[in-house]
Design a protein around this ligand. Structure first.
Ligand code: 13P
Ligand code: SF4
Length: 313
């Protein structure tokens, strides 16, 4: 069997198993394009959580990273949530552990804790409200102006929110290793080569990149901007998996991936997101494993700030 025939056979098997098992496949925009193609639903972190909260499927195959599977499991404790590769972690979630957050909270008494969805269930359990990049501004603005807030773990998103809301949230010093290493120099060079191009930047990127952006937003917001814009060229400063859906949604437009610092590559990929493959999705459905488990007590405590986010979104 050649590569193409093998992929076709896997797609067929996935389709059959999905029906047999009563499963739904959800995928983040950063997934490999062949995974986006077999997904029943593709979205940003917020849409994936919203979709998980309302699905009636017996099995959810979450093609994303571990915290996305955990969020789905917390929202649907009676469903089986599978993540095709359990090694699919997140450097941003890893930058904040629950014990250190507990100490940080003690050092800042009287503060409301807002956590980005890119966190472990144990960190969410210590949180008052969870946010994603798609709803963070709206949720921060919904709180009284004088409310004292800790925001974590992404310092770039936190800094962006402070600048657009005029708040002075105390920031946890974490970052995503993909978004934190985009090359300003490389992007300025691309801008010179494509003077008409709009620059689309994810708020997990550093401040200088946010400042030169035509649009700062979540993956879904950047996609929406590209769809509605009159422009024909876009420099995309986020994980390059999103280019697949952008190109599909706007075949007549050109999307240029932004490069990372110290890299030969012309784009910037999250190796965790790329761990999921068609083979692993098929195996996960076949074996109904690996399955996400969340400690009951932690899940109960983490459910509240996630529900609060969904209500405020
Ligand atoms: P969004 O898709 O919510 O913008 O998140 C980006 C991200 O880094 C997910 O890991
Ligand atoms: Fe985490 Fe960054 Fe990968 Fe998103 S792109 S999953 S924030 S490491």
């Amino acid at each position: 069997m050649n590569e193409k025939e093998r992929a076709a056979a896997l797609r067929e098997e996935i389709e059959r198993l999905k029906k047999e098992k009563g499963a739904v496949i959800m995928a983040h925009y950063y997934q490999r394009k062949e995974i986006q193609e077999i997904a029943d639903f593709i979205g940003d972190s917020l849409a994936l959580a919203q979709q998980a909260a309302k699905t009636d499927a017996r099995v959810i195959v979450m093609c994303g990273v571990h915290f996305m599977g955990e969020t789905a499991k917390i929202l649907c404790p009676d469903r089986k949530v599978l993540v095709p590769d359990m090694e699919a972690g997140c450097s941003l979630a890893d930058s904040c552990d629950a014990q250190a957050l507990r100490a940080f909270k003690e050092a800042h008494p009287g503060h409301t804790v807002i956590s980005y969805v890119n966190t472990t269930a144990a960190v969410k359990a210590l949180t008052d409200i969870v946010v994603t990049s798609g709803n963070a501004k709206k949720i921060v603005e919904s709180l009284p102006k004088d409310e004292k807030i800790i925001f974590g773990p992404d310092r770039n998103l936190g800094g962006y929110l402070n600048s657009v809301t005029g708040r002075e949230m105390v920031l946890w010093p974490g970052a995503c290793h993909v978004h934190d290493r985009f090359s300003l120099e490389g992007i300025m060079r691309l801008r010179e080569e494509h003077p008409e191009a709009k620059v689309l930047v994810h708020p997990e990127c550093r401040k200088p990149l946010q400042l030169i952006a035509d649009k700062v937003g979540s993956t879904a917001a950047l996609l929406d901007y590209a769809r509605k814009s009159e422009s024909r060229e876009f420099i995309v400063v986020t994980e390059s998996g999103i280019l697949h859906e952008m190109q599909k949604a706007c075949p007549e437009k050109e999307f240029i991936a932004a490069p990372a610092e110290d890299s030969e590559c012309q784009c910037n990929e999250c190796e965790y997101m790329k761990l999921n493959t068609l083979e692993k999705v098929a195996a996960a459905l076949r074996n109904e494993s690996p399955e996400i488990e969340v400690d009951e007590e932690i899940a109960e405590a983490a459910m509240r700030p996630i529900r609060r986010m969904l209500e405020l979104s």
